[in-house]
Ligand binder design. Structure first.
Ligand SMILES: Cc1cc2nc3c(=O)[nH]c(=O)nc-3n(C[C@H](O)[C@H](O)[C@H](O)COP(=O)(O)OP(=O)(O)OC[C@H]3O[C@@H](n4cnc5c(N)ncnc54)[C@H](O)[C@@H]3O)c2cc1C
Ligand code: SF4
Ligand code: SF4
Ligand code: SF4
Length: 487
């Protein structure tokens, strides 16, 4: 048995986010980096917070949306690459600039967008948002010269962050090109995506499926939204209405919203039902999914204080100012996808205590497989810079960081104060090794008994009767959990 298994489940969150386990400070606020559809999910959760009885979405303080034409399921991208006689492990950087480009030591793998589109995620065909219209700050490449980013600030907070980063030398700026190849191109691509979504919706609906989120963007849809908090809208209905017809954006909002741990996002990013739902008054998974209802009008009013009455009239969404920027640091620019602006902005936010951590993605064990990543330092941000063209359920990581991490911090402080830190460190080391596929030496029974006895002895000394009972029953994890809550 490994020590980490002994200390589960309190350690589970940490094992996944072991890069954050450096300090016992809870994460109170986050910057969230995501695709436009994921930002929609975060905004819906924030808008719906009181009704859904969850407070963690509010602590996503800054949303940084990336421009997005489409994404690729990981398996499909592997298939596409292998069909060209290449392997994912050889690709050093992916990019989309007129073509899908895979840079490797021997040159560049070039795939036409027409061919690549066949491997894109089906739900992306019904997506109307190119520039992350609900984010505080949107960042992309289109609209600016090579090596620079187009930055759209939409809220006063977003504007203050970008202006602060410029003022303090995190970002360089140049004049925005309003014409061809500049914002005119950005508007054109956004409009094309918007119109394409409606066209594809009509085609899909001819085949009998319903693309609900495009029909529910207006005020009257509030009623509909509220009516979804019922027994008629639970996980089975979510699978039927969103996942099975290919509309799921793999955001993870359903898993994050389920207090009963009934939903789990699988390796392909798809929600799976782990057991039957017996709730009679929940419906949160269905209501918070960005592909059931998407009352953009109401969310915008809540967010910006006004609504767009016609999408076409404000094709880039509501915004305050648009900039052309790049990171001032050459190191970040080199590592970043385009101008490194996303990374530089996140660094500015961490350095200035605007947020405690940033949620984004990095490559997992498999090359270019996206995994959730929590950054609390500049080095973490540097590690997670660059674009991965598949998506991860980052909302699950955001919730975990804001809830379980807090629990863990208490747990960590508790263990530290009782002199258990060496044990904890061993457990974390084991977890990190296991994650990398390295061999972990199992603790022999004798050693395990010794450690267990040490933990028990300390717990016995300080425990209340209820906790003692747990220990007597061999429920150590429960005992620790109770102590942590007591603190
Ligand atoms: C699927 C996808 C499609 C895109 N399509 C377009 C497009 O059509 N037009 C366009 O102009 N730009 C597009 N982008 C955005 C572009 O690739 C750059 O991410 C953006 O220009 C920011 O560049 P940067 O140099 O500032 O980023 P960096 O400084 O390198 O930072 C990028 C940040 O994004 C995070 N990140 C990377 N991949 C993901 C992901 N899959 N999910 C969540 N976070 C992620 C990183 O962890 C990092 O924090 C797309 C991005 C993605 C992920
Ligand atoms: S649904 Fe697809 S195209 Fe739309 S934002 Fe999400 S990943 Fe991008
Ligand atoms: S408990 Fe709520 S969130 Fe979980 S599956 Fe049931 S209805 Fe969905
Ligand atoms: S089904 Fe779950 S993962 Fe898929 S879009 Fe809805 S909330 Fe997101």
């Amino acid at each position: 048995m490994l020590l980490k298994d002994f200390l589960r489940p309190s350690l589970e969150a940490l094992i996944e986010e072991s890069n954050v386990v450096k300090e016992d400070k809870p994460l109170k606020s986050l910057a969230y980096v995501g695709m436009p559809c994921q930002i929609q999910a975060v905004r819906k959760a924030q808008f719906f917070e009181a009704k859904s009885r969850q407070e963690w979405p509010r602590r996503i303080k800054v949303t940084l949306g990336l421009f997005c034409a489409e994404s690729f399921p990981y398996r499909e991208l592997v298939k596409l690459v292998e069909s060209k006689g290449m392997s994912m492990a050889k690709i050093k950087k992916w990019d989309i600039k007129g073509k899908l480009l895979g840079y490797h030591d021997g040159g560049v793998l070039k795939i036409s967008l027409k061919e690549a589109k066949k491997y894109a995620r089906e739900n992306c065909h019904y997506c109307l948002d190119y520039t992350a219209e609900l984010a505080d700050i949107s960042v992309g490449a289109v609209g600016s010269p090579r090596g620079w980013n187009t930055v759209i600030t939409r809220t006063p907070l977003g504007l203050a962050i970008v202006e602060g980063a410029i003022r303090e030398g995190y970002l360089e700026t140049k004049e925005v090109n309003e014409g061809e190849g500049g914002l005119a191109l950005l508007r054109k691509l956004s409009k094309r995506k918007f119109k394409g979504a409606w066209k594809n919706k009509a085609k899909k609906e001819e085949k009998g499926a319903k693309v609900m989120h495009l029909d529910t963007t207006h005020e009257q849809d509030m009623e509909k939204l509220l009516s979804q908090m019922t027994v008629e809208h639970r996980i089975d209905e979510l699978l039927r209405d969103v996942v099975e017809p290919g509309l799921c954006v793999t955001c993870g909002a359903c898993e994050a919203s389920c207090a009963e741990k009934i939903i789990k996002i699988d390796e392909d990013g798809m929600p799976q039902k782990l057991k039957d739902c017996e709730s009679t008054d929940c419906g949160r998974c269905y209501a918070l999914c960005p592909r059931t209802t998407l009352p953009i009008d109401l969310i915008e009013e809540h967010l910006f204080g006004s609504r767009r009455y016609q999408f076409e009239k404000r094709i880039l969404g509501q915004y305050i100012a648009i900039f052309t920027c790049r990171a001032a640091s050459g190191r970040i620019r080199k590592r970043g996808q385009d101008g490194g602006v996303a990374t530089a902005l996140l660094k500015y936010m961490l350095d200035h205590g605007i947020v405690d951590a940033a949620i984004s993605v990095t490559q997992g064990e498999k090359p270019w497989y996206p995994v959730n990543y929590v950054s609390t330092t500049g080095d973490d941000l540097f590690r997670s810079a660059g674009t991965i063209y598949s998506t991860a359920p980052t909302i699950v990581a955001a919730k975990r960081a804001l809830t379980q991490h807090e629990e863990f911090s208490k747990y960590y402080s508790f263990l530290k104060s009782k002199g258990f830190l060496p044990e904890l460190e061993i457990a974390l080391e084991e977890a990190a090794k296991a994650k990398k596929g390295e061999e972990v030496v199992e603790i022999d029974e004798e050693e395990l008994r010794r450690r267990r006895a040490k933990i028990e002895a300390v717990l016995q000394r300080i425990s209340k009767p209820a906790v003692k009972m747990m220990i007597e029953q061999g429920k150590h994890e429960k005992a620790i959990e109770m102590l942590v809550k007591e603190k």
